[in-house]
Design a protein around this ligand. Structure first.
Ligand code: SAM
Ligand code: MD0
Ligand code: SF4
Length: 368
């Protein structure tokens, strides 16, 4: 392995110098606690340069937990018959979205399994879905992220035309062989193509990877480089939580330091992107560490007493009302951070879209 100097490398990254894959791998492999503290400090410095002390807040609404797919890591895979599932009505969805909006979140993330009922109704099902999403935009007056899986192209086009801001669709890994063991039966290229289309029609894109699923440092570095080259707008990593009654139930859980290291490296390589600290892995108790590693969005804020679930940690902290701003805001404060104003979040998304459309036009000209 080449002889790396950590301080020099962190300085170089903080000064926006280009980074090599071998350097990304070196940073991802840090294990000494002093080295990791330096890494986190550098990541926080970069976050401050791009975002000051402002943090964005995302409400999460998992409105249908039915799914036609069989992802090996997911509790909601089709073959898992051991759990209760739900499909919320439009009125229930609107009520939960409005409650979250009133509590002060900056965005509503509308997530679903690839619900077979929706697919069985064909066009009519998707018309209803699009109608619901538009109502959430109208009633909350907030930007919306959709996390619906690999929906038909025509539906993506309709949602982009309706000014839905974000499309979240996580590859989990960019190693095709590993992908096959995770998202069994779902085409790697098909999932990528959905993101390509969404980007082309003007949506912001969130990409995500899992850690603790057998990936190597090389895989992680490839994913981060992929995110940079694709110009994703939000980049996420989540630690895999083994789910009972699924094929990956017996995998030994990974400690959560690795996720923090990945967050910090993402911050250094993708300095101006949004990087989530999800409440869905370790709940509220895991928030501070993720923020201290350089994350700048708190995701998976969920209203209690509405029968709503998380994904990785399906019930942790939800009914105890700990995934709410009342509990999140003091943690931001303890980290020297504060919530952005809604208009600051909106301004970020608008500026990002403008910058992307300028670079898209430039690219088109260059290929003429
Ligand atoms: N069904 C849609 C899809 O798969 O794109 C939307 C749900 S997606 C937002 C759920 C994401 O949560 C997965 O892509 C994965 O990254 C994460 N996830 C699911 N199960 C998990 C688990 N057991 N541990 C950690 N993350 C998990
Ligand atoms: C989260 N539970 O933010 C949510 C979910 C989907 N866009 C996000 C994985 O952690
Ligand atoms: Fe379905 Fe999404 Fe879970 Fe895969 S990750 S089984 S697509 S809900």
């Amino acid at each position: 392995m080449a002889d790396f100097n950590l301080t020099r490398m962190l300085n170089s990254l903080q000064n926006c110098h280009p980074v090599k894959k071998s350097e990304i791998k070196y940073l991802l492999g840090l294990f000494d606690s002093e080295d990791i503290s330096l890494l986190f400090q550098a990541a926080r410095n970069v976050r401050t340069r791009y975002f000051g002390n402002k943090i964005f807040l995302y409400g999460f609404l998992y409105f249908s937990t039915y799914c036609r797919n069989n992802c090996n890591f997911c509790r909601y895979r089709k073959s898992n018959t051991m759990l209760p599932r739900y499909r919320k009505t439009q009125n229930e969805i609107l009520a939960a979205a409005v409650e979250m909006a009133d509590s002060g979140v900056h965005l509503i993330d509308l997530t679903m399994g690839e619900d077979p009922e929706l697919y069985s109704f064909g066009e009519a099902g998707f018309k209803q879905l699009a109608g619901m999403i538009k109502s959430v935009q109208k009633e909350t007056k907030l930007p919306v992220m959709i996390s619906p899986g690999a929906i038909p192209d025509s539906v993506l086009v309709e949602l982009a035309a309706a000014k839905v801001t974000w499309y979240a669709c996580y590859q989990e890994t960019h190693n095709k062989a590993l992908y096959k063991t995770l998202r069994q039966g779902q085409g790697f290229e098909k999932r990528l193509a959905k993101k390509q289309l969404a980007k082309r029609i003007g949506m912001l894109i969130e990409e995500g990877i899992l850690t603790g699923v057998g990936e190597t440092l090389d895989d992680l570095a490839d994913s981060i480089i992929w995110m940079r080259d694709f110009c994703v707008d939000q980049a996420r990593v989540m630690t895999f939580i083994p789910q009972t009654d699924t094929p990956m139930a017996k995998i030994k859980p990974q400690d959560n330091l690795k996720e923090q290291v990945i967050i910090a490296v993402m911050r250094l390589v993708l300095p101006d992107l949004l990087i989530p600290a999800s409440l869905d892995v370790d709940g509220l108790d895991g928030l501070k560490a993720r923020l201290m590693a350089g994350a700048n969005v708190v995701t998976s804020i969920v209203p209690p007493q509405k029968g709503l679930a998380g994904v990785a940690s399906h019930s942790l902290d939800i009914e105890e009302s700990r995934r709410t701003l009342v509990h999140v805001l003091p943690i931001l404060k303890a980290c020297g951070l504060e919530p952005a104003l809604p208009k600051e979040y909106l301004a970020w998304t608008i500026a990002r879209k403008k910058a992307l459309s300028r670079s898209f036009v430039k690219e088109e000209r260059m290929t003429c």
